[in-house]
Design a binder for this molecule. Sequence first.
Ligand code: UGY
Ligand code: MN
Length: 249
Amino acid sequence: MSGPAHTGMSRTTVQRNHALITPESHVPVQLPGWTNTEVVVLISAEMGAKFEQCMVTCHAGAELVPLRSADELFVLVTDGAVTLAVDGATHELTKDQFCYVPPNTAWTISSAMGAQLLTFSKPYIALGEVAPPTLLLGDLNKVSAEPFLGDEGALLQVLFPDDLAWDWGINVFEFAPGGTLPNVESHFMEHGLYLLGGEGVYRLGENWYPVTAGDCIWMGPYLPQWYAATGKTNSRYIYYKEMHRAPVG
Ligand code: UGY
Ligand code: MN
């Protein structure tokens, strides 16, 4: 429960194989090399994850640069506007627009007036001679939404191409009120998830958590997972998933 201030209550919980991080427990930090920013590292290796998920507040004049050169990066603009400079070109990104930047790429993201970003990053896992993906720019409002396993109450947007070069996927799920995941999933792939809107109940292992917009969830390998949208409006989340690679170690 996120009770009144000064009661010590929070829905945040961090377990061995999953975590729910809710807004009242956010602690913004400054990351080295990122100027005029405040970053909430929602999911990281410190927790046991193999990827990182952050919420970045860009103040006017913000600038971000690669933190680890082998990382690939996904950025969704949730508010405001940024400029991505990469490969000698610049790209303006505004609310609901996103980019994928491949590993070992020199890039900067700057914001003249301020912006709010959601990022996912991780070391790229190469597959033999297959070349890594190239720069991708997109807009959530232009990606088609398909019924998940034929269910009109659970619409799925797949943001990345279904191609072996890509070792991850970023998808958006939108559930009508009462919509659910069709089954309790358990799979070796991890997830990092951010609730963009609405509310529901997420089953994580043997726990059922009430969740709402602004919540973040980490799901470790094989974690039993299921979702029901219990609010009166649609519920929507964006999530990261490992793709196109065999389990390792
Ligand atoms: O892609 C997935 O594994 C997705 N169905 N899982 C989830 O939403 N928890
Ligand atoms: Mn899943």
